[in-house]
Structure formats: structure tokens, C-alpha cells
Design a protein around this ligand. Structure first.
Ligand code: NAP
Length: 324
């Protein structure tokens, strides 16, 4: 954990307190990155839970009430709801405030939220590339963003001092910050996160539908690669529906390439072309080694599961962090 420092913001408002919103609240408090934290969520049940967990200094009932007087507002809701939330909070935002989000898609967020942002407010979309398959306020933890990337996608002409302040906030939470164009972000994340999730949803669905293999056999022998797919395929359905509907163009482009490459592999297997298979598998093994070398994955066997399950049966957040 980085050392506690002077608050970067006086009043932080978090709208939506699920995995990401609650992790921001926990990390901001642990690092002293904001003097006061105010939070809200859609349902009374979640707001009550946030208050019970003591995640914020104030828990309020509406999105508009949450942003009153806030210096930094972070919208942490599924991307399909970003526009509606922006319309609700736009008129209540403090002049000079920074409005940001954490959505896994950035171009649609710019387009959906942008029109509701008053001229005196700095709008800087962001995406912490860190996550797990769990949801809700209980799922968050203060270390989620440590040594993970947070990508900021400000539109051209955004105030540089505001961008620097938001960068300082995420750095205080332990993230490495990169600034990128929203469209480019969506293309990169389509191949590194969105298409892999789609593949996981698909393979788990296919296995479930197979009539020749009983469900109990799928569960019984799931220790192979299938188990890792089931973890990814357990991710929040609303969040992922919204990601695919809002990053349609980039996902379809990457899926097109994926399908072409899959056809090559299909042909190689059918034709007994071992060289094609060996060449690909050797290249992909090297990619995994490089990811471990840059510290974005553990080299422990079985993703560190055996070790962590002995130390603490649940939760096992670090080796399971996905980077969505
Ligand atoms: P989550 O655990 O399901 O939490 C979503 C939160 O948003 C809940 O507190 C929900 O309130 C609230 N909410 C939904 N609609 C709302 C509205 N109209 N007004 C106020 N609050 C509303 O979701 P999450 O995993 O934290 O994901 C949140 C965002 O982070 C998504 O945009 C996602 O793309 C992005 N993200 C997720 C990950 C990941 O791994 N999960 C990683 C990086 C980025 P209720 O509980 O009352 O319904």
C-alpha cells in the first residue's frame, strides 16, 4: 500500500456502490485521498448495507443529493445507466467539480454522459482495469487497484490541471495511470477483456447445453481449463450485457478476427497440421510469461489457488483479479 498522504479531494461522491464503487470508497479512506466520502446507490437495500459497512461518511437517497458540493464525482454504475445518471446529476454538479466514471466502455460513456455535463464541470471518463467476478458493496476491497492500470479518456481540450488531479487520486489508490483516446481504449479492451468474456460465456453455455455430457460430469471434471472459464462466466450479467451492447463496433471487429483464426485452427486439427498448432502454442506461452514478468499475473501454479485456499478459504481476491 502507498503511504497515506494529503487528501487529493475534499468531498468525494460515489454513485453506485458495488464492487468498484465500494473498493474506491475503501481505498480512498485507507489512503486518505478524500476528506469526506458521500455515497448513494439505486436501492434502499444497498444504501442500507453501505451504511452498515461504514463505507462512507454520508449515505444519501438520491444521485442529485450525493453530488451537491462534491469536488470529485465518480459514477460507478453499469455503462447502460451512465446517461440517465448524468441527466439526473448534471444540474446539481458544483462548478469546477470533476465528473468521472469507471465504466468498462469509454466512447459510449463520453457520448451518453457528455451532453448532460455543465460547461464549468470537468468531465474525465476513467476505467480502472481491475476487478473480480463478484458484485455488490460486500465484494470490494481497498487493495483492488494496487499495481493495476487506470485508463483516463478525456476528450480533446479537457483542462489539464483537472486531468492531473484525477491522475493524482488514482495514483493515491495505488494505480498506474495511462491517458488514452476513448475509441482506442474500446478497441484494446475488446480484445483483452470483452471478447475473452464472451468466449467464456459461450463455452460454459455450450457445455451446459450438451445433451451427451451430463451436467454432473461437467461439474465433476471441471478442474481442467473449463473451471477458469466458469469463473469469468460468473461475472455480473447486467454489467456484461451493457458492455457488449455499448462496445459493439470494436467487439464485432475483434470477433471477426477471432473467428478467422479459429477457422485456421479447425483446419489444422482436421488436416493433422501439428506445426501450425505448435507454432501458435509456443507463441502464446511466451505471451503468458511476459504478462507474469510485468507483474500483471501470478506465476504460482493453479493461479495461487492451493496456497490461498489454505491461508484464507475466502475471499481470494488478488489471484482472481481479472482486470475488466
Ligand atoms: P455492481 O457491483 O453490480 O454495482 C453496481 C452499483 O450501481 C450498485 O450499487 C447499483 O445499486 C448501482 N446502480 C445501478 N444503477 C444505478 C442508478 N441508476 N443510480 C444509482 N446507482 C445505480 O457493479 P460493478 O462491478 O461495481 O461495476 C460498476 C461499473 O464498473 C460498470 O460500469 C463496470 O463496467 C465497471 N467496471 C467493473 C469491473 C468489474 O470487474 N466488476 C472492473 C472495471 C470496471 P443497487 O445495488 O441498488 O442496484
Amino acid at each position: 500500500m502507498p503511504e497515506a498522504r494529503k487528501p487529493v479531494f475534499d468531498r468525494l461522491a460515489i454513485i453506485g456502490v458495488g464492487l468498484i464503487g465500494s473498493s474506491i470508497a475503501r481505498a480512498a479512506r485507507a489512503q486518505g485521498a478524500a476528506s469526506t466520502i458521500v455515497a448513494t446507490a439505486r436501492s434502499a437495500a444497498t444504501r442500507r448495507r453501505v451504511a452498515e459497512l461504514g463505507l462512507a461518511d454520508e449515505v444519501v437517497e438520491t444521485n442529485a443529493a450525493a453530488v451537491k458540493g462534491a469536488d470529485l464525482v465518480i459514477v460507478c454504475v453499469p455503462v447502460g445507466s451512465s446517461g440517465t445518471v448524468a441527466a439526473e446529476i448534471g444540474p446539481a454538479l458544483k462548478p469546477g467539480a470533476i465528473l468521472s466514471d469507471v465504466g468498462s466502455v469509454k466512447d459510449s460513456v463520453l457520448k451518453d454522459m457528455g451532453p448532460h455535463v455543465p460547461a464549468q464541470v470537468h468531465f474525465i471518463p476513467a476505467h480502472p482495469v481491475a476487478g473480480t467476478e463478484h458484485s455488490g458493496p460486500d465484494a470490494g476491497f481497498a487493495e483492488l487497484f494496487e499495481n493495476r492500470w487506470c485508463i483516463l479518456t478525456p476528450a480533446a481540450g479537457t483542462d489539464l490541471a483537472a486531468v492531473a488531479r484525477l491522475k493524482a487520486f488514482w495514483t493515491a489508490l495505488g494505480s498506474n495511470v495511462e491517458i488514452m483516446d476513448a475509441e482506442h481504449h474500446d478497441l484494446v479492451l475488446a480484445i483483452t477483456s470483452h471478447v475473452p468474456h464472451l468466449i467464456a460465456y459461450n463455452i460454459v453455455g455450450t457445455a451446459d447445453e450438451l445433451q451427451s455430457v451430463t451436467r454432473s460430469e461437467v461439474l465433476k471434471f471441471s478442474a481442467g481449463g473449463f473451471r477458469d472459464f466458469t469463473r469469468i462466466a460468473a461475472s455480473d450479467p447486467t454489467m456484461w450485457r451493457d458492455i457488449f451492447l455499448h462496445n459493439k463496433k470494436a467487439v464485432l471487429e475483434m470477433l471477426g478476427r477471432f473467428n478467422e483464426d479459429l477457422s485456421v485452427l479447425t483446419r489444422a486439427i482436421r488436416g493433422g497440421d501439428g506445426k501450425t498448432l505448435m507454432d501458435l502454442f509456443t507463441r502464446t506461452r511466451a505471451i503468458r510469461r511476459s504478462i507474469i514478468e510485468i507483474g500483471q499475473e501470478t506465476a504460482e501454479p493453479d493461479f495461487g489457488r492451493a496456497k490461498h485456499s489454505k491461508e484464507s478459504p475466502t475471499p481470494m481476491p488478488r489471484p482472481y483479479a481479472t482486470g475488466d
